[in-house]
Write a protein that binds this ligand. Structure first.
Ligand SMILES: NC(=O)c1ccc[n+]([C@@H]2O[C@H](COP(=O)([O-])OP(=O)(O)OC[C@H]3O[C@@H](n4cnc5c(N)ncnc54)[C@H](OP(=O)(O)O)[C@@H]3O)[C@@H](O)[C@H]2O)c1
Length: 253
């Protein structure tokens, strides 16, 4: 029996559940992490019954330095085949008006936890000469977004960090990729403060397909959906004033 594990953060809903099913369908044993223990147990039971894999449930608040320390330590001692750094949230609203505690939690989760977990698995993957780190960024990474300033900046970090990691790990057999979804059918926008924002949405399964193609092609980053690719490639070409004008218009619709 395979002794390695795939670690999926944010595995209690949305994209994380789709990642867990994809990995389990390929025979991976899954460590599921998020705060909602009940939902994680449900996902784990479903994975075991549908795919016959082993599961471990880790209820953890990854935005809390104390809360995540034990989990990061546990992951560093686990032979990890895939790390899916997927847990994340955003906040809609002007920076001067949003809850400062929420700003800190957003950075701790979207940036610090992702970085610490990548650091926890990278040495083991390099020594085994294989493994994959999928860091979930966003199309928000490609331009500043007034009304979602912290989220867009955090995802820009994820994109840059992952692309550098891709290069550093290139020759070792280990893959790293930043996945940039656009609006997707999950609880993300409801949790960010407005479920009505953004119209057409992709499915979590389509986003996971895109990640798998990107890994297969050994890309440093990938964008889900043709329209999103177009926006991502052109966003940086516009002057900053135009970028912010357009992106504010989109999030405040
Ligand atoms: N949906 C979109 O339109 C979209 C677009 C671009 C990028 N993304 C990115 O995709 C990723 C997944 O989000 P999603 O769309 O699947 O949204 P989601 O359904 O809201 O899922 C977010 C996941 O993160 C977990 N999470 C939140 N806070 C956490 C914490 N403090 N500690 C541990 N886990 C935590 C949640 O579980 P618990 O609540 O149980 O902790 C949940 O499993 C995020 O990184 C997001 O930024 C989403």
């Amino acid at each position: 029996m395979d002794s390695t594990w795939a670690v999926v953060t944010g595995a209690s809903s949305g994209l994380g559940v789709a990642f867990a099913h994809r990995l389990a369908s390929e025979g991976a044993n899954i460590v599921l992490a998020a705060r909602s223990e009940d939902r994680l147990e449900q996902v784990a039971a479903d994975l075991r019954s549908r795919h016959g894999v082993r599961t471990r449930v880790s209820p953890v608040d990854l935005s809390s330095p104390d809360g995540r320390a034990g989990f990061v330590e546990e992951v560093s001692r686990t032979p990890v085949s895939h790390l899916i750094n997927n847990a994340g949230f955003g906040t809609l609203g002007d920076f001067a008006e949003i809850d400062p505690a929420r700003v800190t939690q957003e950075l701790e989760l979207d940036v610090v936890a992702l970085t610490e977990l990548s650091r926890a698995v990278a040495p083991g993957m390099v020594s085994r000469g294989r493994g994959a780190i999928v860091n979930v960024a966003s199309t928000a990474a490609f331009q500043p977004i007034p009304g979602m300033a912290v989220y867009a900046a955090a995802k820009a970090y994820v994109l840059r960090f992952s692309c550098a990691l891709w290069d550093e790990l290139h020759a070792t057999g280990v893959r790293a990729i930043a996945l940039c979804p656009g609006p997707t059918q999950t609880s993300f926008f409801a949790n960010a403060g407005n479920s009505e924002v953004m119209g057409r949405r992709r499915t979590p399964e389509q986003v996971v397909d895109t990640a798998w193609i990107g890994l297969k092609r050994h890309r440093p980053y990938t964008v889900d959906g043709l329209g999103n690719w177009g926006l991502a490639l052109t966003a940086g070409l516009a002057p900053v004033r135009l970028q912010t004008l357009i992106s504010r218009g989109i999030v405040s619709r």
